[in-house]
Design a protein around this ligand. Structure first.
Ligand code: GLA
Length: 411
């Protein structure tokens, strides 16, 4: 589904629920990380791209000013009402509405009060599949609030505001990768982000002979909420023993020298991070030079390290990567690895464009045979970051041509 189609469906739902056309439509993409996993909170490098899967929010002022914000959604549980007259606080843990509330809290903390509005949220980013559905929701909300409050934030500040929303309101101590790429993605580019300096560098990736394939294992092990913070702590412990501010400042040699002073598990966690930062920088050079076999080998090495040293993979992710390796470069498979926090979700593969159909069929069939589960497989070009699809009033132009506002209303 294109972004315009998705926006059209969101408008239809908005009209159905609220009985009028929305005044604003904001969109933000999910992401896939080519390489650089669990490096962002260690000040390292990441290499994600935005994908052609989006969260869209359509909104309008309510008919009467209620000092309330209404959130409805096609993807999650019940609608939610937010009373702006009361101090904001998170809904019960796990509630989807905590992401937008956290973002609203960030705007209020900057003296930017959006006032009442009614909103409808719709998304094609699969939930909990490691493709940053939460960052897409946060960044779409922030993009909407920029339009409502008529105040454009600096992109870095916007991404950090969304990250803070996730920490404070969803209780997830994530790094900065997902929000940065959802804000800063560019068509036909991956983003090499230095998470220490927060300096983003767009790297062109438009070689038509290579395509990004995303394989959703359709499994989600509920481990991320406990294991992710545990990994962060282990990395901090390693950095402390190494006497550096973060693992970005450590080398493989320095790690070897302190091996005896470290718990074996902490040692392996640090070995993953130090190696992964190096692999990410090399992979970015490989993308720049269209040196695909090298990028592919780095992806496989990343997966092995995440599986054995960082221990965030699972048997379904490993199965996909094993099938990919069996297809090999001769069969058009360049490289494959788990992507995102881990414990289920997706793998990302680079494949020769002319082999997509054969590879997709083989992956789906072999994965089903080995696990009994249907994978969902799709391609994506590197997409643009968050955007306003429709803004109100003649003084604010349509940023993107949109035919959706005139679509018929379902009954
Ligand atoms: C999640 C987090 C990111 C990053 C990845 C692992 O997606 O939100 O900040 O740490 O896991 O690379």
């Amino acid at each position: 589904m294109t972004l315009e189609d998705l926006a059209g469906h969101t408008v239809q739902r908005f009209v159905h629920v609220y009985g009028r056309q929305p005044r604003w439509i904001a969109a933000a993409p999910g992401r896939v990380n080519i390489i650089g996993e669990h490096t962002d909170y260690n000040g390292g490098f990441v290499l994600p791209m935005a994908i052609e899967r989006y969260t869209v929010i359509a909104a309008d002022r309510p008919v009467r000013d209620t000092n309330q914000i209404q959130f409805d959604s096609t993807i999650c549980d019940k609608p939610a009402t937010l009373d702006l007259a009361r101090p904001l606080k998170p809904f019960p843990k796990g509630s989807w509405v905590n992401y937008p509330i956290g973002v609203i809290a960030g705007f209020l903390a900057r003296g930017l009060n959006p006032g009442s509005f009614d909103a409808m949220i719709h998304s094609t980013v699969p939930l909990g599949a490691g493709l940053s559905s939460s960052a897409a929701l946060e960044v779409a909300t922030a993009t909407l609030l920029e339009a409502i409050t008529d105040r454009k934030l600096d992109p870095v500040e916007k991404a950090l505001l969304c990250q803070k929303a996730e920490h404070d309101y969803a209780g997830m101590p994530c790094g900065i990768m997902d929000q940065f790429i959802s804000v800063m993605g560019r068509e036909n580019h991956v983003l090499l982000l230095d998470c220490r300096s927060r300096k983003p560098e767009l790297v062109p990736m438009s070689d038509p002979s290579v395509t990004v394939l995303i394989i959703n294992t359709n499994v989600k092990h509920e481990l991320t909420y406990s294991e992710y913070p545990a990994r962060r702590k282990q990395c901090e412990t390693a950095a402390k023993i190494l006497g550096v501010p973060s693992l970005r400042d450590a080398t493989a040699d320095a790690l070897e020298r302190v091996k005896g002073k470290m718990d074996e598990v902490v040692f392996r966690r640090a070995r993953h991070v130090i190696g992964e930062i190096e692999r990410t920088v090399h992979a970015a050079e490989g993308v720049r030079a269209s040196n695909w076999p090298t990028v592919g080998q780095l992806m496989y090495a990343s997966h092995r390290s995440l599986r054995d040293d960082y221990e965030v993979s699972c048997k379904e992710l490993d199965t996909v990567v094993e099938i990919a390796e069996s297809i090999g470069l001769k069969g058009g498979m360049i490289g494959c690895r788990m992507t995102g926090a881990g414990f289920g979700g997706c793998t990302v593969a680079l494949v020769k464009t002319d082999a997509i159909d054969a590879i997709s069929k083989k992956l789906a069939a072999d994965y089903k045979k080995k696990t009994g589960i249907e994978a969902i497989i799709f391609v994506s070009r590197p997409a643009a970051g968050a955007t306003m699809i429709k803004t109100d009033g003649p003084s604010r132009s349509f940023v993107r041509a949109c035919s959706c506002a005139s679509l018929p209303v379902p009954d």
